[in-house]
Design a protein around this ligand. Sequence first.
Ligand SMILES: NC(=O)c1ccc[n+]([C@@H]2O[C@H](COP(=O)([O-])OP(=O)(O)OC[C@H]3O[C@@H](n4cnc5c(N)ncnc54)[C@H](OP(=O)(O)O)[C@@H]3O)[C@@H](O)[C@H]2O)c1
Length: 480
Amino acid sequence: MSSTSAQIGVTGLAVMGRNLARNFARNGYTVALHNRTSAKTRALVEEFGDEGDFIATETAEEFVAALERPRRLVVMVKAGEATDAVIKEFAPLMEPGDMIIDGGNAHFADTRRRERELREQDIHFVGTGVSGGEEGALNGPSIMPGGSPESYASLGPMLEKISAKAEDGAPCVTHVGADGAGHFVKMVHNGIEYADMQLIAEAYQLLREVAGYSPAQIADIFRTWNTGRLDSYLIEITAEVLKHVDAATGKPFVDVVQDQAEQKGTGRWTVQIALDLGVPVSGIAEAVFARSLSGHSELRAASQGLPGPTAQQLSEAEAGAFADQVEQALYASKIVSYTQGFHEIAAGSEEYGWDIDLGAVAAIWRGGCIIRAAFLDRIRAAYDTRADLPSLLSDKTFAQEIGAAQDDWRAVLVAATRQGVPTPGFSAALAYYDALRADRLPAALTQGQRDFFGAHTYRRTDREGSFHTLWGGDRSEVGA
Ligand SMILES: NC(=O)c1ccc[n+]([C@@H]2O[C@H](COP(=O)([O-])OP(=O)(O)OC[C@H]3O[C@@H](n4cnc5c(N)ncnc54)[C@H](OP(=O)(O)O)[C@@H]3O)[C@@H](O)[C@H]2O)c1
């Protein structure tokens, strides 16, 4: 084999890069390998060299020279400064038309900057979201590439081959849009993932504390739910986690794990960017805050003696009926999370001129990624029916479903409040639903207050123009 025959190269051979490289090789591509610490390159070839054609390289020059032109160089290193360091090392060795594909979890603003800088050198920088963890990287992830259409023409067929396939056989990859669009969509994907996980966690807590079910019983409930409209990877693994018994103590695994959730940052970015764009993603924000609150151990310890309501356990028959209501609340809240997430993608697309096809995004999340779910096919269908849908709640089917769920949703929140079980995700979702459908919001009063203390002016319901009331004077109204 010639030393310049690799169709693709991967640098950064930790868990993600190594599995992605193997995935390309298993699909028949010759893959050049590189890692800062070359022992990892050698280890990959020793362990998995028989899975396909690999070209192991040690130096940056050797690596770049091993790639056929135009070069396709995938960077799978720690996001942030490491990505800049790697680009600085490789870009001078590359030529016009070559592609650098960043598959790490970069912030989309960094991707926009890197794309702009490399464009000056006529190098295509393809910021690419990859979801599915190490398992997905090996067997088929959901892939969200940004960058130029030319780069997708060259890279797309390879990504389609290694990606997950949805149930209808469609590859879970699409050209999301220019520059940072792919990483933006991956960011929102992770925000939605946080919300999904929080809602599932709240459902678990309610089934445990209000209905009195054991973790094993709740696992069975989740398994049943997984055969219906909540069918999803996250519900499936939740049942597995709840069923698991700790070998050392014989207790349910969930009872021996510290209740302090960690986060890496993409959920937080989703909320920060939503604030900048003025998009209400309250469900996602509550999920991020719930993890953050769980980690404040000293604050929690100091508050543990505060009074709460007297617990009242449900009878067996009541518990069964309550579980059905929780399913309704979970499903309705999930519709709201996705409504908010897709609103953020639409707003980002508008702000940065990406022209993102929302239905295509839903379609590529149907397989490979952490939030994969039967539900996503319905979102795709909603956008197929109407590409400019103002909100998922405007889709007839989703509107009907959420309407049918709302009584149970409210009943669950009444029970949660009465029993003192925190449900920030469910509650935020219902507040969003009620606010959107309201005829009048108290924002009118807020405007009055703003005009009173800051002469910020207000608009009237019956006349055009801006107005200010002379609050300190005779309270007459003046046009502003
Ligand atoms: N883990 C997941 O489930 C997942 C899912 C989706 C996306 N991602 C993203 O995929 C990327 C890779 O993730 P990972 O978990 O496989 O690895 P990681 O722990 O994030 O990064 C380790 C890799 O980065 C390299 N590296 C670190 N600093 C470097 C530098 N200054 N110069 C050159 N190389 C440097 C390391 O090389 P050495 O071996 O020499 O230290 C190693 O190959 C990350 O951006 C991550 O956010 C991860």
